[in-house]
Every structure is written in structure tokens, then in C-alpha cells.
Design a protein around this ligand. Sequence first.
Ligand code: AMP
Length: 284
Amino acid sequence: MQILRTAAAMARRSARWDRKVAFVPTMGALHDGHLSLVHEARRQVGKRGAVVVSIFVNPLQFGPNEDLSRYPRPLARDLRLCREAGVDAVFLPSPEDLTPAGQSVFVDESLLSAGLCGASRPGHFRGVCTIVLKLFNLVRPDVAVFGQKDWQQLAIIRRMVRDLNVPVRLVGAPTHREADGLAMSSRNVYLSPEERAQAPALRRALQSGAELIRKGETSTARVLAAARKVLAREAPLGRIDYLELVDADTLASTRRLPAQPLLAAAVFFGRTRLIDNLAVVAAE
Ligand code: AMP
């Protein structure tokens, strides 16, 4: 497994790719969710292709009062997991490499970024898009794999790729969960035992809303009320940042059920902010 520690080394390497490349951008602190993306990347390019993982805690996507400084960085373990998962190359750029002093060009998606996480984390998706585009330019992948856990992020990156003609094919991979339904996240380690015990209620709340939709409910307010009730009952330590029913494509919310309903939520447990979503597929 090759380790590339600078943008220049990565660019030199990718100028010489002689096989298909699948790319998985991450912020490290790898868990089975990340590894499921690595396996999907391998499926996309086969044995003869190359799988590249980047590990970069992107300062541009953290707000001033967020967890940039305490974000976990278990690098040796991450590298071991990548090696064991059959990754061909790991890209480990430094902040100086990807966020040069005086940078004055950024990528701003202006429509899908407005709501959900974009509303509570101003500048977050600008930071994501800017760094993901830079990573694409340096790694030059044929395919890039992103998790549906970050549904809004995937939708925004799809839009960036479409609108800026970025030559990469995007693949979305399903959310990997703990046995009790909690979506795996590098941030789960911040949870106290009490918070950890209540956190799976986030998934159950979304499921209860989805169940109402499947039973024929068409009022957004009633669907959200059902989900909110589950959170109030089962996760008293949780504080809802947002809980919304939007269209899975446009991310727009409406009073009546959207064409492709997506339930999405962010909930704070103490200072830890967890997100999850559920795309409701109509029962056949
Ligand atoms: P992060 O390191 O949190 O920035 O995530 C890197 C990539 O892994 C993103 O595409 C995420 O959507 C994806 N990811 C994070 N958690 C999960 C999960 N539980 N299941 C599947 N993909 C995930």
C-alpha cells in the first residue's frame, strides 16, 4: 500500500495511473461504514483497478464552535484498516497542502446547500465542495464512492459534478449501522454511555415517520410529529437540530408529501451532533 503525504506526490502518482481508479474521501477515524465504501470502490474497479482512500480532516468544513480540534485522528489504526481492506494508496495531505494561505477561490453550491445541515452549519458545504473538487483534481479517479448517510452532501456533490463537468462517476453507498440501528459515525465515540443508549432512537423516530407514510399519511406535519414523539419519549437527552421531510432529489420541503420522501434529522446529544436519514420507498 502506497502512502502519499503531499499534494505534489499524489499528483505525480495520478499522472501515471494505468488502471481504473476508485476513490473514497474520508476524514479518518475509520469504521465499518467507511470500509463498506472501500469494498464498494473495489467492486467498481475490480481486482485490477486501484482503490485510493484520502484521510483529511478538512478545516474548511468545520464552523468556529465545532469539533475540529478534538476530531479523532487514530492514524496508525486507520492505515492498518486500509491495508487490511486491500486499499492500494492512501492520500494524507496536510492542511497547508489543501488550504493554502490566501486561497480566494471556493466552490459554492447555492440551492441544495440552503436547508438541513447547510442551515445549521453555514459554510459547511462550501468547505466540503472546495476540498472534494481539489481531491478529485489531485487523485483523478474514474469513480468516487460516498455514503448515503450524508445524503445532502452526496446530492450537493452530484450537482457540483454535473454543473462543473467534473469527469468522475459518483456512487452512493447505503448507511452502515451498529446492531441497534445507530448509524456508524466517527463522532459516536464522543457519546456518554447514557447518550449512546438513547442515540438509536434517532433511527427509530425516522422509521416511525416512514411507517405513517407507508400507511397513507400525506401531511408532512403529522409525519414529523410522529417522529418527534418517538425522540421525546426515547431520547430525552437529545436536542433536535432539525427534523424534516424533504424530497430526496431536490431536498425541498412541502406541506404535502414530496414525490420521493426523505426523512432527515440532526440531533445533539450534549455537544455531539448526530445525523441520519431514511428514504421512504412506497410499498409495492
Ligand atoms: P467522514 O469520514 O465522516 O467524512 O465520511 C467519509 C465518507 O464515509 C462519506 O462519504 C460518508 O458519507 C461515509 N460514511 C460515514 N459514515 C458512514 C456509514 N455509517 N455508512 C456508510 N458510509 C458512511
